[in-house]
Design a binder for this molecule. Structure first.
Ligand code: GAP
Length: 459
C-alpha cells in the first residue's frame, strides 16, 4: 500500500521508534530522539551494514574517528568554501528559505542552475514567500557547525562538528597504512554522527541537522576505479534487498557534471520512492585523489601509498558508498508499512525483514493470573533468548491486543503458552502456539521447533 509520511510519523511516536528532539521544550528543528524500538531498528541496520561492508571483507579496516575536527581539515576538504546551500529570505519577516526548494515547490527543476540562474527563475515566475512578501537577494549559507574549543576567548580554537564521516577516515589514512601495511585496493569503514546546519530541515528524519552515516572510503589505483565503482554498486543493491528495500522502488540516477559535489568525478544517487516523492537515499561517488592530495598538501603529511612492485609512490583514488541511517530507516519503514484486514478488523502491520525487526518474537502466557502459565512462559522465553536476545514479553490485555501491538512494531513471531503446553492435553505437552505476523496464521509446534523457525528466519 502507499503510506503517507504522517502515518509513519504517528506510528513511530506511538510505538517508541522516533520522538521529536527535546520535545518537552518545544522541540529542536532537525533533531530527533530514538526510543527502544528505534534504537533496535537502527542498530540492526548498522550491524547488517557493518557485516557486509566491513567485517566480511578482508580488505576493510573499521575506524571510529572524533566528531570534532579542526577547521584546517574542513578547509582542506573544501567544505568551508563549497559546502553551501542557496538561501533567500523574506524581505519583511526575514524568514529564510532554501532557494532550490522554493523553485522545486513552484515546479521548476533547479538541477544544474547557478545561484544567479535560480534567482532569475524565481523573479521571472514572480514568486512570493509564504507570508506573501517579496524575496530578498540570495546568498549562500555554509552548512558546517562551528564549535569553539578552549576556556578563554583569546585562546579558543575554531573547530567544526564533522559535516560527513568521510573526513575522519581520510585523516587516518596514514595511521592505517603504518599500522597494518595494507595492499591496494583496501578501504576504511565508519558509522557515526555528522552534523549539517540545514536551512530547512524537513520531512521527518529525511533532512536532519544531526544525522548518522555509514560510509566506506575505498582506496584504489587510479586505473581501476571503474571496476571498483561497479563492485560497490552491486554491494549497495544487495544491502538494499537484505534490509527489505524493494528494488522496484530504488532508482539509480547518474548525477550530471553541474550537480556533483566538488570532490566527485562520478556520482550515482540511489533514489527511493519515499512517501513524499522520489528522492536521494544514498550516494556512490568516485572522489578521485582529491581528498588525500588536499590533506597531504594542507597538513604537510604526504598521504601516499608505496607500490612495492613498481617502486613508486601513488596517491590512491577513492570510491565512496555513503548511506544515511535515518533515510535508510525511513525507506525501510515506508516499504514495510501495511494495513490489512484480519479476523474482521483492520490492523497496521510492519512487514519488516526478521533480521531488521526490533523484536524477533514475543512470548506471552494465555492468562496472566495463572502462575503456572506465567512460569512456563518465562521458561520458554529464556530458552528462545538463547537463539536471539530480542525476545519480548507481553501479558497485558487480551491476546488479540498483544498481537496487534507486535504487528505494529513488526515482530515476526508471537508465541503463546496455554494449558496444553502444561500437558492438559497430554499429546500437546511442551507445544506452543506460534503465530505468524504476515498472515496471522497459527500453528502448534514443539518449543524446539519454534526455536529452529526463529533461527532460520534470522539466518
Ligand atoms: N561523504 C559523502 C556525503 O556525505 P552526501 O550525499 O552529502 O555525501 C550522504 O550524504 C548520505 O547521507 C545521503 O545520501 C543521505 O543518506 C545522508 N544525508 C545527507 N544529508 C542528510 C540530512 N541532512 N539528513 C539526513 N540524511 C542525510
Amino acid at each position: 500500500m502507499s503510506v503517507t509520511l504522517e502515518q509513519i510519523v504517528s506510528l513511530a511516536k506511538r510505538r517508541g521508534f522516533v520522538f521529536p528532539g527535546s520535545e518537552i521544550y518545544g522541540g529542536l528543528a532537525g533533531t530527533f530522539d530514538y526510543g527502544p524500538h528505534g534504537v533496535a531498528l537502527k542498530n540492526n541496520l548498522k550491524a547488517l551494514w557493518w557485516k557486509r561492508f566491513v567485517e566480511e571483507r578482508d580488505d576493510m579496516y573499521g575506524v571510529d574517528a572524533s566528531l570534532i575536527m579542526p577547521a584546517r581539515v574542513w578547509e582542506a576538504s573544501g567544505h568551508t568554501e563549497t559546502f553551501n546551500d542557496p538561501l533567500v529570505s523574506d524581505a519583511k519577516t526575514g524568514e529564510r528559505y532554501r532557494l532550490d526548494h522554493v523553485l522545486e515547490g513552484a515546479g521548476i527543476d533547479p538541477a544544474g542552475m547557478s545561484l544567479e540562474e535560480m534567482w532569475s527563475a524565481l523573479q521571472e515566475k514572480g514568486l512570493k514567500t509564504l507570508a506573501g512578501n517579496a524575496y530578498e537577494q540570495p546568498t549562500t549559507f555554509n552548512l558546517l557547525f562551528p564549535v569553539t574549543m578552549g576556556a578563554s576567548k583569546d585562546s579558543a580554537t575554531l573547530a567544526y562538528l564533522r559535516g560527513e564521516t568521510a573526513q575522519g577516515m581520510f585523516v587516518n589514512f596514514k595511521n592505517i597504512i603504518d599500522a597494518y601495511h595494507p595492499k591496494l585496493p583496501f578501504g576504511m569503514g565508519q558509522i557515526g554522527k555528522a552534523f549539517r546546519n540545514e536551512i530547512a530541515p524537513r520531512e521527518f528524519v529525511f533532512r536532519l541537522r544531526e544525522l548518522e552515516q555509514m560510509e566506506v572510503e575505498y582506496f584504489v589505483s587510479p586505473e581501476s576505479w571503474k571496476a571498483s565503482f561497479e563492485e560497490w554498486l552491486g554491494i549497495m543493491r544487495s544491502y538494499a534487498e537484505e534490509i527489505g528495500i524493494p528494488l522496484e522502488h530504488l532508482h539509480e540516477k547518474e548525477i550530471g557534471d553541474e550537480d556533483r559535489a566538488h570532490y566527485s568525478e562520478r556520482t550515482i544517487d540511489f533514489e527511493y520512492d519515499f512517501p513524499t516523492g522520489t528522492k536521494e537515499l544514498w550516494g556512490l561517488a568516485y572522489r578521485t585523489d582529491y581528498d588525500l592530495s588536499r590533506h597531504g598538501e594542507y597538513s604537510g603529511t604526504p598521504l601516499v601509498y608505496i607500490d612495492e612492485e613498481k617502486k613508486e609512490k601513488v596517491v590512491p583514488h577513492v570510491i565512496e558508498p555513503s548511506l544515511g541511517i535515518e533515510r535508510t530507516m525511513l525507506a525501510v519503514l515506508a516499504a514495510a508499512y501495511d494495513e490489512d484486514e484480519l479476523g474482521g478488523e483492520t490492523r497496521i502491520v510492519l512487514r519488516l525483514q526478521p533480521k531488521v525487526a526490533p523484536v524477533k518474537a514475543m512470548v506471552s502466557p494465555l492468562l496472566k493470573n495463572k502462575p503456572e502459565l506465567v512460569e512456563k512462559a518465562k521458561e520458554v522465553r529464556m530458552l528462545l533468548k538463547k537463539v536471539h536476545p530480542a525476545i519480548a514479553w507481553d501479558d497485558n490485555g487480551n491476546i488479540g491486543k498483544r498481537y496487534r501491538r507486535q504487528d505494529e512494531i513488526g515482530t515476526p513471531f508471537c508465541i503463546t503458552i496455554d494449558f496444553d503446553t502444561l500437558g492438559e492435553t497430554p499429546d500437546l505437552k511442551d507445544t506452543v502456539t506460534l503465530r505468524h505476523r504476515d498472515t496471522g496464521e497459527q500453528e502448534r509446534l514443539s518449543i524446539e521447533d519454534v526455536a529452529e523457525k526463529i533461527r532460520l528466519a534470522l539466518a
